[in-house]
Design a protein around this ligand. Structure first.
Ligand SMILES: [Zn+2]
Length: 438
């Protein structure tokens, strides 16, 4: 071994031991340096450093001293946003029930969320009061993603037609009681897929929502002249209730002339919320493009993730957000509708922003320019020139996804017999334990 190499090794050990000694004094666990922060709640749209300590946002400022942080990550050239909040997903997987959203039609959340910058999802009614606690122990309690839920007004949840068309199983009282028992998890009531002419599902859902003081999300099922969309959004729903599948075109969202149904404007004026809920069969360019041109933009962008949408036109949260970029919405408006707006809609105002003290759920996104295409539910394409990619996702201040290893050291600069390179102060991927001396 040459003396230069020996000296280099000695210097490296001095630096490493100095780093571990000073670690205790460093007040931040992680510093995201030089990124373009978009935090719509706090009206920040500028280059800012973001410091994190104990799983919370500690500071957001133009310049934070890297010496104050245990781990510094250069995120210049990227957007830094609150962890995305997707309020329409189906994640009650693992029961083995075929053809059911309380089973095979759902997906496990962690494989679809962090890689798209999503840190919070709300399951849209897979479970009702009879099976919510099974859903909780099977999925919610075991996922790294924060999983919240709209409880279905159907006691059995989305187990298929036989259950979802059963008016006798749509009871407001037990639904609201379960919602109140799990206030920390149940953020709304869902009604969906109803094929009959009765208003009962909507009325019972609103009754349960009123008892539990939470919003209702409506998938308006099969269109019926007996219960028109206009009456739903101008009379039946309360301010704060959510109409999802806004651009499906399946229930007169667009009228003959090609204009947005005037009732939607009236509903919006009353405070009814309009959500995307893209899914496998609920988003059409011929509905969305004219509506956007008319100015009927969504309040929240959501995926309606399930097995029928994951590999179709929907793909993931970022792809749905890209569609709004392609229709001319600005990046900060898209981020608003994927963070702070949905957090407010589900009354979780502690989420969806990067205020000091807030949980450090963070997405680091790259905006690519190029030739891209985006597909709707009937397979029609809209071309676009921008695409968001998730580089890094933090959940409670720790790395849970890192596409290109921007938090990681280069292998050839490490000792020859290097072992785990991470630290529990910032890393939840590799490893989940501190580096120890040999
Ligand atoms: Zn859905």
């Amino acid at each position: 071994m040459t003396s230069i190499m020996q000296r280099a090794i000695v210097v490296m050990f001095i630096v490493l031991s100095w780093m571990s000694q000073s670690a205790a004094q460093q007040k931040y666990d992680l510093l995201l340096k030089g990124g373009h922060v978009i935090d719509p709640k706090n009206k920040i749209n500028a280059v800012r450093d973001v410091a994190i300590a104990n799983g919370k946002v500690a500071a957001v400022a133009a310049k934070i001293d890297p010496a104050e942080a245990f781990k510094v990550v250069d995120v210049s050239g990227y957007y830094v946003t609150p962890g995305l909040v997707d309020i329409h997903v189906h994640v009650y997987a693992g029961t083995g029930e075929q053809g059911s959203y309380a089973g095979d039609n759902s997906v496990y959340p962690d494989g679809f969320t962090f890689r798209a910058g999503v840190t919070t999802v709300a399951d849209a009614g897979c479970a009702g009061w009879r099976n919510f606690e099974d859903f909780k122990q099977r999925i919610i309690d075991r996922s790294k993603t924060r999983v919240l839920a709209f409880i279905n007004i159907v006691g059995n949840g989305m187990r298929g037609g036989k259950f979802e068309q059963d008016l006798a199983d749509m009871e407001a009282k037990p639904t609201s009681e379960m919602a109140l028992r799990h206030k920390d998890l149940i953020i709304g009531v869902k009604t969906a897929h109803y094929a009959g002419p009765e208003w009962t599902p909507v009325e019972r859902a609103v009754e349960a929502g009123t008892l539990a003081n939470i919003p209702v999300m409506v998938d308006f099922g099969i269109n019926h002249a007996e219960r028109p969309l206009s009456e739903l959004v101008t009379r039946k729903l309360r301010p704060g209730d959510i109409y999802t599948h806004l651009y499906s075109g399946l229930r007169n969202e667009q009228v003959e002339s090609g204009k947005v149904n005037p009732a939607l404007w009236e509903g919006r004026k009353r405070g009814v919320i309009f959500d995307v809920g893209h899914g496998g069969g609920s988003f059409l360019w011929r509905i969305a493009v004219p509506a956007m041109k008319e100015g009927f933009v969504p309040d929240s962008i959501s995926t309606d993730l399930h097995i029928g949408s994951m590999n179709a036109g929907m793909k993931d949260m970022l792809n749905v957000m890209d569609k709004f970029l392609a229709m001319g919405m600005s990046v900060d408006e898209v981020i608003l509708r994927s963070t702070w707006n949905p957090a407010r809609e589900i009354k979780r105002e502690e989420l969806g922003h990067l205020s000091p003290g807030a949980v450090a759920d963070v997405a680091v996104l790259r905006l690519e320019k190029g030739a891209f295409g985006f597909v709707d539910m009937h397979g029609a394409r809209l071309r676009g020139t921008q695409k968001l990619t998730c580089e890094l996702t933090l959940r409670e201040g720790k790395v849970v996804y890192d596409l290109n290893g921007i938090t990681r050291p280069d292998w050839d600069k490490l000792p020859r017999d290097y072992k785990q390179t991470g630290d529990t102060r910032w890393d939840a991927v590799t490893p989940a334990r501190p580096v120890r001396n040999p």
